[in-house]
Ligand binder design. Sequence first.
Ligand code: IPE
Ligand code: IPE
Ligand code: MG
Length: 230
Amino acid sequence: MEKIIPQHIAIIMDGNGRWAKKRGLARSFGHVEGAKALRRIMEYLPKIGVKYLTVYAFSTENWNRSEEEVSTLMSLFLKYIKNERKSMIKNGIRFYVSGRKNNVPQNLLSEIEKLQEETKNNEKLTLNIAFNYGGRAEIIDAVNKIIETDEKIIDEKIFSKYLYNSFPDPDLVIRTSGECRISNFLLWQIAYSELYITDILWPDFDEKEIDKAIENYSKRERRFGGVRNV
Ligand code: IPE
Ligand code: IPE
Ligand code: MG
């Protein structure tokens, strides 16, 4: 059977803390290894024809963590941008960040803006990082934008225009570390996405694991409310 390659994969990168704990290390080590896993996947997906990758890197609820952990996550993201900048430009990766700007350090915001601008015409893969992101926040932000406009009647297509980006909906959502929940990720966009949950912790996630997820996805029958094709 020929493998069906999803156009858009979204990943809830979970389990960094548990990965570190299992090794008697501080949670931040898990986040450092998690960034390496993201690099692996970001480099692999364009080779197999995936066009969009959305990853959940920091949720609107992750501010509830200790100040120390939050600041580790902020500085790791900044480091990721600086380290991966050249390779994204060279490999045709379009970098994009979806989320709220409030409370995000100014130097991080400027680096994000700079790399978004530098890579905006790249077409090999779009890497969309959900950072300071919440699905409910995105919907509320859209509503607040709409009430400032002259729109009178809203339908799904018009509403979508006011979301953080206009990328196609994810075909496949992967969550690592075994948790069976959405945790406020892409509430609008995943209405008909296929879900795949694995016990693998995010820092251990690699090319082999994504192949497994795609293999599994290939066997699904997406019906979108219709009936089985026989
Ligand atoms: C995912 O790993 C990374 C973020 C949420 C930023 P966690 O930090 O949630 O790891 P666990 O779930 O505690 O193992
Ligand atoms: C979801 O993971 C957020 C990210 C992966 C960035 P969490 O670890 O924050 O989610 P819960 O708390 O287990 O639902
Ligand atoms: Mg977690």
